[in-house]
Design a protein around this ligand. Structure first.
Ligand SMILES: Nc1ncnc2c1ncn2[C@@H]1O[C@H](COP(=O)(O)OP(=O)(O)O)[C@@H](O)[C@H]1O
Ligand SMILES: [Mg+2]
Length: 348
């Protein structure tokens, strides 16, 4: 197939997305597809040849993509490369996507996970991997996600939404320690733990510098897990144990900063219950194709809580979802193929 792998953009997860894109692109080529890797925002300013000849051409599109640094990317310097830009889509991105049989979305964060690209592609008749625009938009917003979880009885930590400029009282059912999270952040950018009123005030102030709405929820003390769901069925569970603090941006993307175990060491009954909750969490927001649900398991009570749904989870061979697929025998290129297949179901 002719496939455009779309990565980058100008969300805080730009760098991670570029690495996912590079690895997906290489896997698809290995699988025999005619693939192109494009940066959503930078596009292809000066194509070397006619656009329709780019798919089969002998070009290494991944050559220019670098690795993720420990700090969140400098988006201002990326934006400066397209002075006065209006469209989020760089030159020739839309034309190339229209020519492709399917677009493999390697985007993460607000560009791509919030549903706007999916809505645009639906209108344009462009096929893409992963879930549609409504479930993307709900999953991007932690406040909306929690509302859906409540409505469909998927367990999630007790929480409230604080609004900038309005008085805020911490409900007793949340209490300390609590987590303060921007509604639409990702990669733990805008996530803080507060242990007392002073640190809560500071966390709220910081979170409000990003967004006007933030979720404040009970901090669940215990082990952390993530569960991929493909085609409605949960994969084996992966446990994530950061060596320091919580699973923040640095521990997410720097090798050796977390211990990841898949399949997680859990009693069979607990694992089955969490997998069921992951499937229900995806059903609650209407996930099509695939997604990954983050969980905490309370060390004191043994209860599990769904934190959020990632509709375009990280896709390097060492990312969480690929590790889970590997546990049931799927190589990374086979996983990419599986994702293409389940995504094409939307169009049958
Ligand atoms: N209620 C909670 N209790 C304990 N830890 C939490 C809680 N919410 C978030 N965390 C920690 O913060 C990290 C990021 O939070 P998450 O809700 O997954 O947002 P995102 O991954 O989009 O930044 C989690 O991986 C976990 O380590
Ligand atoms: Mg998360």
């Amino acid at each position: 197939m002719k496939i455009v792998v779309l990565a980058g953009g100008i969300s805080t997860e730009r760098d991670v997305s570029l690495v996912s894109g590079r690895d997906i692109y290489r896997a698809l080529k290995e699988n025999g597809h005619q693939a192109i890797l494009l940066d959503l925002f930078l596009g292809l300013p000066e194509p070397e040849r006619a656009l329709d000849q780019l798919f089969g051409a002998d070009i290494d599109w991944a050559a220019s993509i670098c690795s993720v640094s420990a700090e969140a990317p400098d988006l201002e310097s990326v934006k400066a490369l397209r002075p006065g830009y209006r469209s989020l889509l760089g030159p020739h991105v839309l034309e190339l996507c229209t020519m492709a049989d399917i677009v493999f979305l390697a985007l993460h964060g607000s560009n791509g996970e919030d549903g706007r690209i999916q809505a645009l592609f639906d209108l344009m008749g462009i096929r893409y991997t992963g879930t549609g625009h409504v479930s993307s938009a709900i999953s991007m917003d932690k406040d909306l996600t929690k509302r859906m979880f409540h409505a469909l009885e998927v367990p999630t930590p007790p929480g409230v939404t604080a609004v900038k400029g309005q008085p805020f009282m911490l409900p007793d059912e949340v209490g300390f320690p609590c987590m303060v999270k921007t509604c639409c952040g990702g990669s733990s950018v805008g996530v803080y733990r507060a242990d007392d009123p002073d640190s809560l005030a500071k966390a709220l102030e910081e979170a409000f510098s990003y967004e006007d709405q933030v979720v404040v929820e009970r901090c669940i003390i215990g082990r952390e897990f993530s569960i991929g769901v493909i085609d409605g069925k949960a994969l084996p569970i992966i446990e994530i144990a950061p060596l320091e603090g919580f699973y923040d941006y640095k521990s997410k993307y720097q090798a050796g900063s977390t211990i990841e175990t898949c399949p997680a060491d859990l009693p069979e009954e607990t694992a089955a219950r969490m997998q069921k909750h992951a499937e229900e969490a995806c059903a609650a927001v209407g996930i099509e194709g695939y997604a990954r649900v983050d969980f905490m398991l309370d060390a004191r009570t043994g209860a599990d809580y769904a934190l959020e749904i990632n509709t375009l989870p990280g896709m390097t061979p060492t990312s969480l979802l690929p590790q889970e697929a590997a546990a049931i025998g799927y190589s990374f290129p086979q996983l990419c193929e599986w994702i293409l297949q389940v995504s094409l179901k939307k169009y049958q």
